[in-house]
Design a binder for this molecule. Structure first.
Ligand code: GLU
Length: 324
């Protein structure tokens, strides 16, 4: 008898650099959450930002994830029924979704978004949250829109958020009642140069790939209502479980990000750090391992629960790093 598979999780790295400790933390927890429920895992490469993504990082990321002891069932290396697993090969899907949303009147051209251009294709992490969009271009007349387009003015395509709030229950942060002002109001779907926004690509791919569980950093919490709204308008099922986990911070209290090059997994590996020691430390910080002793990811599965994770962000100071 085949067992019903109820959970489909995903690991969704962006190949904009080598994986660092913050990524290892997030991917370990996403992997544990899914595998602890005997779920299927999809590996999806999020490379829609042509300026920042590099193919050579894809190979390095796969190698790092395997070194950590994490595995997946579908992905660019394994294939599967939901491919392609690389977002730059899924552009036709995104264009089709924008077309559908436009036909239903949920999209409008916006001529005032230059400041957003740079970061649109990336998940908005803490330092990227901008002001609420005041709706300037939402109610422009068709005549003015046509005139501006005829003048060759650049425009992004924005999604009109009709709902004033979105409710969902987060497996880590609890019940959420988020207002349009919390997520920034109407948001962009496509840059003026044609690059698709992170919000659209991620929401659509999660639905098309049958993802039911999304585990990611709590700094992305405010993207979730946008992704839920998009899927509602597209008539697609949103993931049934979202879990926004605490962040791993450095000794200065900053989110570990790509700029902290010395903390890449590749650098740690070069220094001879064993993956089990790293998993031991990360799982200790996550409340899943009492003593930070070396352990394999799969040996943490039996005792994993979201309720064990710390409520606040976690600091990884130099002393702990040295212990590796
Ligand atoms: N590729 C995104 C990132 O690196 C993933 C965000 C998400 O899980 O939705 O931040």
């Amino acid at each position: 008898m085949t067992k019903d598979i109820t959970v489909t999780g995903r690991l969704a790295p962006s190949p904009t650099g080598l994986l660092h400790l913050g990524n290892a933390w997030a991917f370990l927890l996403a992997w544990l959450a899914c595998r602890a429920q005997k779920g299927r895992l999809i590996l999806r490469i999020e490379d829609i930002d042509p300026q920042r993504s590099r193919p050579e990082f894809v190979t390095a990321i796969l190698e790092d994830l395997r070194w950590l002891g994490l595995d997946w069932d579908e992905g660019p290396d394994l294939g599967g029924e939901h491919g392609p697993y690389v977002q730059s090969q899924r552009l036709a899907e995104y264009a089709y979704a924008i077309e559908q949303l436009s036909q239903q009147g949920h999209v409008y051209p916006c001529f005032c978004t230059r400041k957003e251009l740079k970061s649109l294709a990336n998940a908005p992490h803490l330092e990227d949250t901008g002001p609420v969009y005041p709706g300037t271009c939402r109610n422009l007349s068709e005549k003015i829109r046509q005139e501006r387009m005829a003048q060759g003015l650049h425009y992004t395509l924005r999604f009109a958020c009709a709902e004033p709030f979105v409710d969902f229950v987060d497996a880590v942060c609890g019940p959420q009642h988020l207002l349009a002002k919390d997520w920034g109001g109407d948001f962009a779907l496509r840059r003026s140069d044609g690059v698709i926004s992170y919000q659209l690509a991620v929401a659509l791919d999660d639905a098309l790939m049958g993802v039911t569980q999304v585990v990611r950093g709590r700094d992305i919490l405010f993207s979730t209502p946008k992704q839920i709204l998009l899927l509602r308008r597209l008539g697609k099922k949103a993931p049934s479980q979202y879990a926004h986990i605490p962040l791993l911070l450095n000794a200065q209290g900053e989110r570990l990000a790509k700029r902290h090059q010395s903390l890449t997994l590749a650098a740690l590996r070069c220094r001879g750090v064993q993956p089990e020691r790293l998993i031991g430390l990360l799982s200790f910080l996550a409340g899943l391992n009492p003593h930070a002793e070396a352990i394999r990811a799969k040996d943490l599965l039996a005792d994993f629960a979201f309720s064990l994770l710390p409520k606040a962000d976690v600091c990884l100071d130099g002393r702990r790093l040295e212990s590796l």
